[in-house]
Design a protein around this ligand. Sequence first.
Ligand code: C2E
Ligand code: CA
Ligand code: CA
Length: 641
Amino acid sequence: MTDVNLLHIALFSAAAIICITGLLFTVIQKRTDLVHNKIYIILVGIVLLNSVSQIIREFAQPFKQNDVYSLAMKIGDYSYFLFHTALCPLFFLYVSCICGARNGLTLKRNIIYASIFIVTELLVIINPLTHWVYHYDQNLTFVRGWGEYLIYFAAGFYLVYSIIMLLFTWSALTAKRRVALIYFFVVVVLGVSLQLIKSSLKVELFAEALALLGVMIAIESEDDRIDVDTGVYNRKALQYDLSSYIVNKRRLTVICVKIINSDLVEHVTGSENADLLPLAVSGFLRQLVPRYCIYNTSPGTFIITVFDSAKALKTAHVIDHRFKRVWHIRDSDVLLNAVIMAAEVPDRIKTASDAFYMADSPVPANKDKTILTDKDLDYLMRRSAVEGALARGVDEGLFEVYYQPTYSLSEKRLHGAEALVRLHDTILGNIYPDEFIPIAEQNGLIDSIDDFVLREVCSFIKSGVPASFGIDCINVNLSVLECMQPGFVDHINKVTDEYGIDKQMINFEITESTAAGNYELLSNVVAALKKSGFHFSMDDYGTGYSNMRAIFMLDFDIVKIDKSILWSAEESELGKIILESSVHMIKQMQREILVEGVETQGQLDLLKALSVDYLQGYFFSKPIPKKEFIELIQNAEKLKG
Ligand code: C2E
Ligand code: CA
Ligand code: CA
């Protein structure tokens, strides 16, 4: 009779303790609702059961001559084989879930994979009758049969196939997942091979338990995938999940919920409530779809993945419906404006970046629907084409500056011009600034564009042509966002100094709306540039947020009244009152007035009666290329007035 092997007992107990720890953490962290969570729990459960049965076996073995102990030993062995045979097939299933390949497996393949498992499991089940897997000799010593080698072979098949699957979806896995799965394979293969070579080395279960612990730390606890504020998945998780769905050719619908007035709401409810808003929305979404289908990609933007296309549109409508009602945030009820976009993978969304592009691009103002599908989303294609054109334009110098003359009403003469940029793209043709400037402001190319325009204007002024024909100044549009950047004033001075021109000949136009929040900074910039000699105009007066305070605080020379004000003055009595009182007020503030968008004689007469200072519009000339503009100023005596 031999003694109880304490080393074996210690190894099995360690394996059991590791498994219990893994199970406890999984349950405490509530990581139980995804398919791979469930498989993980079964995997750990099997290793735990196996460890316990092996402990029983080890205790019983020295006393195996006794019938009770021998039965305990045999039950221990039998249950070990019964469950352990399922381990590798289950792990294979686990890897296919992690790689996102589970639904990509065809029925035929599923049958092949399942049948190998069923055959080996059947071998174990009928072993008490056949002794094909193992048997006991007359000394009750355990003897391996050919069936056990077959089981090892099957296990090897599942492991190798898991590795192939892993390599196939490698690019779609996070570094953490890659390391965890490789760690798993190395540790398991090492443990299994050692025990296969020398069956008295009982390290297999310990190795498996350790490997599964590694998997839990890296994969099952999803710390790096969760957004701390909302508890749903983050941007990085979407990147990896979508990539793996796409690599595995899964069809799904990506629903993007974009709250477009969250800034305004935050303004009203206070910034201390800023994180309550996404929390409320994510809470609502969690009632609608499982937590693991929701991603918070940026403040105010959520993405949901729906695998049933029939359900997708219904979900979009339910969300849309919810946004028609108020949200109760702390003590106030707020109405959130949201746009819901639904796009199919792989029809419209071919890469994860396509989904981010949809989520990050602003929705055009002309969209009156709140649910956008199919053709409604074509603007994204146009937008990305324009982005391409902008990049080409900057690289290949495809921008051109046009000039639109401005007239002095009192002096009845040509006074200056506004420089307006044009993009002649080789693929899309001519693109107008109303379309590309907002995009350039977002992707940062506006700096190069405005720089180009400024340099063009400087070199035009330096040529001496404008001054020789009595042009007082050329107006240059500036993006307000750009003005707020540090070093802006120095940059402008540096560029104009390079050309050695009279700075008085440049009049910068800015639209104050976007800067509404930061007058202080903007007024410093304006003051500094005015000190250098430049003139300033306030553009688009009467649209958006423009107000009297801005005119006062920012030291403008000229206020440009927007064309919409002029046009509505012609249409209604109220419009006329607005135009007249605007002109009156601006005059009282001792600023000069330019009215743009003059297209008809009627409008001209109206403005003459109000005696504004300057005029600009198609009635005089459209924006024209420099060459034509030079011809126009040469023939200035033909001006209408
Ligand atoms: P904006 O500064 O308000 O420029 C005036 C716009 O009104 C120009 O459009 C001009 O062509 C148009 N316009 C002038 N008179 C009339 C008229 O009588 N009737 C009509 N229907 N339109 C008239 P454009 O050139 O398409 O420019 C659009 C906007 O793009 C500009 O509005 C400006 O905000 C921006 N932009 C243009 N060039 C630049 C630039 O170099 N830099 C920056 N940052 N923005 C620019
Ligand atoms: Ca302008
Ligand atoms: Ca304007």
